[in-house]
Ligand binder design. Structure first.
Ligand code: GLY
Ligand code: MN
Ligand code: MN
Length: 438
């Protein structure tokens, strides 16, 4: 990996901080049970600025300090007796020589050195409420500055969230990031194709999960970006179904929502739905074609100057029109949309930003104004229809005939906004009825 990318990001971030110091902690290890931990997952903000993949570290960004002292990294020090159990650490030497820190200290010196580094900053950018261990230290330093403020007139007068500065940078992907998202999309699409061509009645959902996740790992990805959803039949109507514990039945659809996370944390997020035996029933095909039509219309709407809300409403309009035609809804399309009378079939949004986080950072609205799509933004487009008995049918709407029940369909692609429109990154996973029924 070219670590200069992280230096360029730090330069932009330091500029945006405009005299405020930022404290950005790494993630901590999290206990799974007893003395076993979950696999380590770095904090995406910290990763974006440092490329440093160890737990517990803390990065300081200090635009008020002279050049050459503006990026300070506190890290777990090298300690052979611990590394022999838990693996290699870069230590303070590696933090400087490999990861480009101006200065690095062992983590246990943070409390002693933080007052010195934060002195003279116009404000402190720190995300309150997320970093249990570091927050008391930051607030303590700030409180001491405030105590002295009346006497020496110096000190940060505010603690602000770093998110607005940092997340507006993360929302707009540069060409290097787009390449990484393309790679995540490639691996994820190929895994979906493998799953579709492997699936058959009698297999278990978990076996297919293994096929997908084996492929992720075999292609060099870190693993799944989120808990893979492999949902046969009615299980597809549970949006976050992750137990993957049923057998696949002849005649059912299978919904798979899975994507890989690369070694540098860029993610894919794809959903495909197909018949387990390779042939759609009449009702399955009617609803599948409707979701596909809504998805294609919503994809069409992804272009610079449009916004995520408009993309969502495009999908909603097509879905509601189709549901009225199929007599699953009754009434005037605009009124049904206004009343939300379709939400027992379609209860989620049509997409989200995608990047280092699967539900990536970045605002969708600024006050009353929707954020306009710009080249370099990446989002998912993922309409669906879920027919089950879980939600009540709204008053005045037709009750649902049994032949529709248990059908859950979602189609999800990852999409880059380009200068002229969009580029779908996940075309490698088939979604047309013809391709699926071949
Ligand atoms: N896989 C999570 C989502 O589609 O948003
Ligand atoms: Mn998604
Ligand atoms: Mn998904």
């Amino acid at each position: 990996m070219d670590l200069r990318i992280f230096g360029q990001r730090r330069d932009r971030f330091l500029e945006k901080l405009d005299g405020k110091a930022a404290v950005i902690p790494a993630a901590s290890l999290v206990t799974h049970h007893a003395d076993c931990e979950y696999p380590f997952r770095q904090n995406s903000d910290f990763w974006y600025l440092t490329g440093f993949d160890e737990p517990e570290a803390v990065a300081l960004f200090l635009p008020h300090r002279p050049v050459g002292e503006q990026y300070v990294l506190f890290v777990l020090p090298k300690e052979p007796a611990i590394e022999v159990w838990n693996g290699f650490r870069w230590g303070t030497e590696g933090a400087v020589s490999i990861f480009g820190a101006d200065i690095s200290h062992p983590l246990n010196e943070l409390h002693k050195r933080l007052p010195y580094y934060l002195k003279g900053a116009e404000g402190i950018a720190f995300r309150v409420g997320k970093h249990q261990k570091i927050e008391p230290l930051v607030l303590q330093v700030w409180a001491e500055q405030l105590d002295r403020l009346p006497r020496n007139g110096q000190g940060a007068t505010s603690v602000v969230a770093p998110c607005p500065f940092l997340h507006s940078l993360r929302l707009r992907k540069d060409s290097w990031e787009v390449d990484r998202l393309r790679e995540a999309a490639r691996i994820s699409s190929e895994a979906h194709e493998l799953a579709r061509t492997t699936a058959c009645p009698g297999m278990s959902e978990r076996e297919l999960q293994a096929v997908i996740e084996h492929y992720f790992l075999s292609q060099g990805a870190r693993g799944p970006a989120y808990s893979s959803i492999v949902a046969g039949g009615e299980n597809a109507c549970v949006l976050h179904y992750t137990s993957n514990s049923s057998l696949l039945l002849d005649g059912d659809l299978l919904l798979i929502d899975a994507g890989c996370s690369l070694s540098d944390y860029y993610n894919g997020d794809i959903t495909r739905t197909f018949p387990i035996n390779g042939r759609f029933s009449g009702e399955q095909k009617d609803l599948y074609e409707l979701v596909l039509e809504a998805q294609l219309a919503a994809l069409e709407a992804v272009e610079p100057g449009n916004n995520a809300e408009a993309v969502h409403m495009t999908a909603v309009k097509v879905l509601v029109e189709g549901l009225v035609e199929l007599r699953l809804l009754r009434g005037n399309v605009d009124s049904l949309i206004e009343q939300g009378a379709y939400r027992h079939f379609y209860m989620h949004r049509t997409g989200h930003w995608l990047g280092l986080d699967v539900h990536d950072v970045g605002a969708y609205r600024l006050g009353e104004f929707p954020v306009e799509l710009e080249p370099g933004m990446v989002l998912t487009v993922e309409p669906g229809i879920y027919v089950s008995d879980r939600l009540p049918v709204p008053e005045g709407q037709p009750s649902i005939q049994d032949r529709w029940k248990g059908i859950g369909i979602r189609i999800e692609d990852d999409v880059l906004v380009t200068n002229t429109g969009n580029d779908v990154l996940t075309t490698g996973a088939a979604k047309s009825v013809n391709e699926i029924q071949q």
